[in-house]
Design a binder for this molecule. Structure first.
Ligand code: PFF
Length: 586
């Protein structure tokens, strides 16, 4: 086998062209696609953000990915050694390699925490799937102040309806839930009786409401051939029904939340649970990396990637038949400039690096395990396309469910771990089956990416320090796990929701994510672009792109030399505060 000597210091290689493509796609497709992309799309109002993201992938991501694979393949070395080899001497460019190692270590440390939650949610879905939801909910509901089983819900709703027979009750609910409507009715009654006791025309809101009520009631009277007074009473009753529906819906939401609590329990908010799952996830990652390039990583990706695609397709097909599907399509594909946050442009570019595993030498390392020359342009395009299609499909499996089950698309990082479980719980037992599929696919996606992150750091120790692969995988994995523990505890005691809602990086987890995605990856990407475009010996570069058409090569050079660096510089300048893109865009 190609990496039979993986346990010694000699380098491993991919077994086949498809092995490389699947492994690289496995690295690219991860939590970034299924957890992060849908929620940042939701926060940025969909459509236009997606368009900008696609442009970032095409004009920045694609050329830099080609550059990374090219450097790795040409040097046949991991990031630290690659620049030295290509320059033929010690060079400051080696720093780029070190950058990658540090970034990989940092990303992996919190990546395993999120991946761990997915494992926890997947297992809990499996366990609860065999138990009727009501039973689970009733048992756990003891600690929750509301009733939780479906039977109890039904009787509660009947109670509300019965209560609503009492006029006083209705009026009090009415007043508390919809004071403005109630005001409108009472004033309208005065108008009707032609005994106005208040000068309602002084209140602009009421002045606006009265003609509206007048016209609605007059219309109702005309259509239903009732007297005005009769129409008014009827209209009020309809409104009361609406209020009682609202009260029911609120109660229902409360009960669903109790069910989610009952099924999934505390995960992110419990540091010990988070650490346990992060440890387990890291152990699996270590085992795969220790297995070697082709027998570990390639084999895992060959099994997990097709399964991942199949599971995503099942979810998307389910989504297509949901009532919220059309709204989801409109949300994701219809550009609406008013919904985009100005910072969304920067976010889109930063995410392009994260999702394509760029800027930290990951694609460089994977490229270095390619023995044979294979169409560089075509392969790169295929990997980027694959990643993009999966990100869009992830939106098409998440948003139809979010819209169909009354959840908010802009829920932030909790979209996958809070809003989706809420929707699953609302669906009943079938929802748990979907939850199993959903969280299992999240784990698979995370695993093939985590493996690539660990591999970048290990490859340095194996290639440059002559460590045996197994020793490198275990040592780095454990060190990274230790470094990740503060992230696992960062959201203990309900800190999670607070920090997510405010959207600020205050805790360790957020700080690490911010540092890596917003600083290290773009900076690493910028340096790689400059190196590939301006510094790499032209002879070596030409040898790598010889199977691409001259026009494509020129196009790539234009992007890698000018466009990509310029765009990344704008982002970094904005971050340092030299440039205010909000002002620039008005
Ligand atoms: N691309 C991965 C994702 O989208 O989840 C994350 C990642 C993996 C980033 C490997 C960087 C990397 F080197």
């Amino acid at each position: 086998m190609s990496d039979e000597n993986d346990t010694t210091s000699s380098r491993g290689h991919w077994g086949s062209r498809w092995g490389f493509i699947l492994a690289a796609a496995g690295s690219a497709v991860g939590l970034g696609n299924i957890w992060k992309f849908p929620y940042i799309t939701g926060e940025n109002g969909g459509g236009l953000f997606v368009l900008i993201y696609l442009a970032c992938i095409a004009f920045v991501g694609l050329p830099i990915m080609l550059a990374e694979i090219m450097i790795g393949r040409s040097a046949q070395k991991q990031p630290v050694g690659a620049f030295r080899k290509l320059q033929g001497k010690d060079t400051p460019w080696t720093v780029v390699g070190w950058f990658g190692i540090v970034a990989g270590f940092i990303i992996l440390s919190y990546y395993i925490v999120v991946a761990g939650w997915s494992m926890d949610f997947a297992l809990k879905s499996v366990l609860n799937f065999t138990e009727p939801v009501e039973k689970v909910a009733t048992i756990e509901a003891k600690s929750f102040r509301s009733t939780s089983s479906d039977d109890q819900l039904r009787s509660y709703l009947a109670e509300i309806r019965a209560k609503h027979q009492s006029r006083q009750e209705i009026e009090s609910i009415h007043r508390s839930v919809k004071p403005s409507v109630w005001e409108m009715h009472s004033i309208w009654q005065e108008v009707l009786k032609k005994q106005p006791t208040r000068s309602f025309s002084e209140d602009p809101q009421l002045a606006e409401a009265v003609p509206l009520a007048q016209s609605k009631i007059a219309e109702k009277a005309r259509v239903e051939k009732r007297s005005l007074a009769d129409a008014l009473t009827h209209y009020q009753q309809m409104d009361i029904q609406e209020v009682s529906d609202e009260a029911e819906a609120a109660k229902r939401r409360e009960i669903i939340a109790a069910k989610v609590g009952a099924i999934f329990g505390a995960t992110a908010s419990d540091g010990w649970t988070s650490s346990f799952w992060a440890t387990l996830f890291m152990a699996i990652t270590i085992i795969i990396v220790a297995g070697g390039v082709s027998r570990g990583i390639e084999r895992a990706c060959k099994i997990l990637m097709p399964l991942l695609i199949a599971l995503i397709l099942v979810m998307v097909v389910y989504g297509v038949f949901q009532p919220g599907f059309e709204e989801a399509v409109r949300f994701v594909f219809e550009p609406d400039a008013s919904k985009l946050r100005p910072s969304g442009v920067l976010e889109a570019l930063g995410h392009a690096f994260f999702t394509l595993s760029l800027g930290m030498g990951c694609m460089l390392t994977y490229g270095s395990y390619q023995k044979t020359k294979m169409g560089l342009g075509k392969t790169t395009l295929m990997i980027a396309l694959f990643d993009t299609v999966i990100a869009l499909l992830a939106c098409m499996m998440i948003f139809p469910i979010i819209f169909s089950y009354g959840q908010e698309p802009s829920a932030g990082p909790g979209l996958v771990f809070i809003s989706m479980p809420l929707a699953f719980a609302e669906m009943g037992a079938g929802g748990l089956l979907l939850a199993i599929i959903f969280f299992v696919l999240l784990v698979f996606a995370a695993l093939t990416s985590a493996v690539s992150l660990l591999e970048v750091v290990c490859s340095y120790l194996i290639d440059e320090q002559g460590w045996p692969r197994k020793k490198a995988a275990v040592t780095v994995g454990l060190a990274c796990l230790a470094f990740g523990l503060p992230s696992a505890f960062a959201m203990d005691s309900g800190f999670l929701l607070e920090s997510w809602e405010s959207g600020y990086s205050k805790n360790f987890f957020d700080t690490m994510d911010h540092l890596a995605s917003n600083w290290l990856l773009p900076l690493g990407g910028l340096l790689i672009a400059i190196y590939a475009g301006w510094v790499m010996p032209a002879r070596l570069r030409a040898a790598e792109v010889e199977d691409m058409s001259p026009l494509l090569v020129s196009g790539w050079l234009l992007l890698i030399r000018f466009v990509a660096p310029a765009l990344v510089l704008v982002v970094l300048a904005q971050k340092i505060g030299i440039l205010d893109i909000n002002e620039l865009l008005g």
